[in-house]
Design a protein around this ligand. Structure first.
Ligand SMILES: *Cc1c(COP(=O)(O)O)cnc(C)c1O
Length: 452
C-alpha cells in the first residue's frame, strides 16, 4: 500500500486525471443525481472487502454513483445556505498539502507551514485592526473556532473570580448562530439572550439587558455576529465593544460568514469596533475562497488561549521547550491538524489581496443589483436592504409549499440551488451570493420562475 508499484501508477493516473478534469470545470455545474439510499448501498456493496477491488473500478463507482449526489457548493448556481467558491489556486494547493502530508501541529515539526499560516492570520488581523500581538490558528470550521474561543473566555472569567462552581453565561443576540448555542451547551454555560433591534444586536440593548439582569457577575462573555448567516446583518460592534469593556467582559466576534467583508471597502465601516475583539473568527471556506475546511481563529492576546488549550503530555514536552516558538495546536481544541491555512496562503500570494477585495465586492454588488431587481417586480417584496451578500425576499401570495416546489424545480432543471429560508416565522426566499461568477441573468431567470 505504501510502495509505488503498478497499482499506484494506475491510481496516480486515474485520480489525477479526475482531479484535473474537475479543476478545469468553468463553471462548475450544479449536479445532483438520484440519491436513493438503496441505490447507493447497491453501488458500493462489497467494496470494503478483505481483498480489495481494482482502483479504476472503485473510482468508477465513485464518479458514477457517489460524486453526482453531491451538489457542487462551488457552482455559481449554488445560491443557498452559504456557498463555497474556492479559487483554483487554493484547490490545487490543498492537493499539495494532502499529498505531502503537511501537518501544522508545532513549530518543531512544521515551522515553514506554521510561518506561512501565521502570515495569513496576520493579514486578517490587520484587516480587523487587531494589535500586532494578535494571533491564533486555523481550525476546521466556525463551530470549532467559536468553541475554542469561548472556552478561553470562560476560563478567563473563572480566573478573575476563582473557580467557585458557578454557572457562567454568555450574552448573545437572538440572531446568533446555532453553533453558539451548541457551544454553550458543551461548555455548560447559559445564554443571556439579548433582544435585537431589527435583528441587529446593539450596545444599547446589551447594556439594558445587563442592567436589568439579576446576576450580571455570572456573565463571562459577549458574543457579537459580524454577518448573520440568514440575513448578513452585522451587529453594532462598536457599541457592544464599549459595553463589554465597561463590564470587563470578553468580547467575541463571530464572523464565520461575514468576516470576508472586511476585505471590501464598500462595507468595511459596518465592522467598526471589531478592533476591540478579544477573539474573532472567520471561515475562509466561506467568503475568502478557500477549500473546506478552514476557519481562522484569532485572539487579541494569544497567551490567554495558550494557557487554556495547551495539552500537557510528557511526549509533547519537546514542542513546548522553546516558548518563543508558535505551536498552532496550543490555540484551539485540537492537537493533530493539517496545515489547512496553506491553500489560502498560496492563493493570496498568487492572486494578490486586491483580487480578493474585487471578488468580495462582486458578491456585494450582486446583492445590491438583486435588491433593485426585486424592487422592480410587482409580485416580489424585498424583506430588508442587504447588508452583505444575502438577499431575503418574499413572493406575494405564496404559501410555503410553493416556495419548495419552485426551489425543487430549479434544482431539477439544474438552474440553481436556492432552498427557501424563514424570516420571523414566515417561509421566504433567499439568495446567498458568494461566487463572483454568478450572473444577474441567472438571478433574473430564478426570479422569472416566480411569475404566474
Ligand atoms: C457558518 C457559520 C458558523 C459555523 O461555521 P462552520 O464552519 O459551519 O462550523 C458559525 N457562525 C456563523 C455566523 C456562520 O455563518
Amino acid at each position: 500500500m505504501h510502495s509505488v508499484d503498478a497499482t499506484t501508477e494506475q491510481m496516480i493516473r486515474s485520480v489525477l486525471a479526475y482531479a484535473e478534469n474537475r479543476l478545469r470545470l468553468d463553471p462548475v455545474p450544479l449536479d445532483q443525481g438520484p440519491r436513493d439510499a438503496a441505490d447507493l448501498a447497491r453501488a458500493t456493496r462489497g467494496l470494503l472487502s478483505a481483498e480489495g477491488t481494482n482502483a479504476d473500478q472503485v473510482l468508477g463507482v465513485y464518479t458514477s454513483m457517489l460524486a453526482p449526489t453531491v451538489i457542487s457548493a462551488d457552482s455559481p448556481r449554488f445560491l443557498g445556505f452559504i456557498p463555497a467558491a474556492p479559487t483554483k489556486a487554493a484547490l490545487l494547493f490543498d492537493m499539495l498539502v494532502s499529498c505531502a502530508s503537511i501537518q501544522g501541529i508545532s513549530w518543531l515539526e512544521a515551522a515553514g507551514a506554521v510561518h506561512a499560516e501565521n502570515e495569513v492570520l496576520r493579514l486578517i488581523a490587520d484587516k480587523a485592526g487587531l494589535p500586532d500581538t494578535a494571533g491564533g490558528c486555523f481550525v476546521s470550521g466556525g463551530s470549532a473556532a467559536n468553541l475554542s474561543a469561548l472556552v478561553v473566555a470562560r476560563e478567563m472569567a473563572k480566573k478573575k473570580v476563582g473557580a467557585d462552581g458557578r454557572r457562567w453565561r454568555a450574552a448573545v443576540g437572538s440572531d446568533a448562530h446555532s453553533s453558539i448555542v451548541n457551544t454553550l451547551k458543551i461548555l455548560e454555560m447559559d445564554a443571556l439572550t439579548v433582544p435585537t433591534d431589527d435583528h441587529q444586536l446593539t450596545g444599547e440593548a446589551l447594556r439594558a439587558a445587563i442592567d436589568a439582569d439579576g446576576d450580571p457577575s455570572s456573565i463571562a462573555v459577549v458574543v457579537a455576529t459580524s454577518g448573520t448567516t440568514n440575513a448578513g446583518i452585522v451587529d453594532d460592534l462598536a457599541g457592544i465593544a464599549a459595553v463589554a469593556r465597561e463590564h470587563d467582559l470578553w468580547f467575541h466576534v463571530d464572523g464565520a460568514y461575514g468576516g470576508g467583508g472586511l476585505f471590501a471597502p464598500s462595507v468595511r465601516h459596518k465592522y467598526n469596533g471589531i478592533e476591540h475583539a478579544d477573539s474573532f473568527i472567520v471561515d475562509p471556506h466561506k467568503w475568502l475562497f478557500a477549500p473546506f475546511d478552514c476557519a481562522a481563529l484569532i485572539y487579541r492576546d494569544p497567551q490567554k488561549a495558550r494557557g487554556v488549550h495547551t495539552q500537557d503530555a510528557s511526549y509533547l514536552d519537546v514542542i513546548h521547550d522553546r516558548p518563543a516558538e508558535w505551536n498552532p495546536t496550543d490555540y484551539a481544541y485540537h492537537l493533530t491538524r493539517r496545515a489547512r491555512g496553506l491553500p489560502l496562503w498560496f492563493s493570496l500570494a498568487v492572486h494578490g489581496v486586491a483580487a480578493y477585495t474585487d471578488a468580495v465586492e462582486t458578491a456585494l454588488q450582486l446583492a445590491r443589483d438583486t435588491a433593485d431587481e426585486i424592487r422592480g417586480r410587482a409580485n416580489l417584496e424585498l424583506i430588508r436592504e442587504p447588508d452583505l451578500g444575502v438577499v431575503l425576499f418574499r413572493r406575494l401570495g405564496w404559501e410555503p409549499a410553493q416556495y419548495t416546489a419552485w426551489a425543487d424545480q430549479l434544482l431539477a432543471d439544474q438552474v440553481a440551488f436556492i432552498p427557501p429560508s424563514a424570516w420571523e416565522g414566515e417561509t421566504v426566499a433567499r439568495f446567498a451570493f458568494l461566487h463572483p461568477h454568478t450572473s444577474m441573468d441567472l438571478v433574473r431567470e430564478v426570479l422569472d420562475r416566480m411569475d404566474g
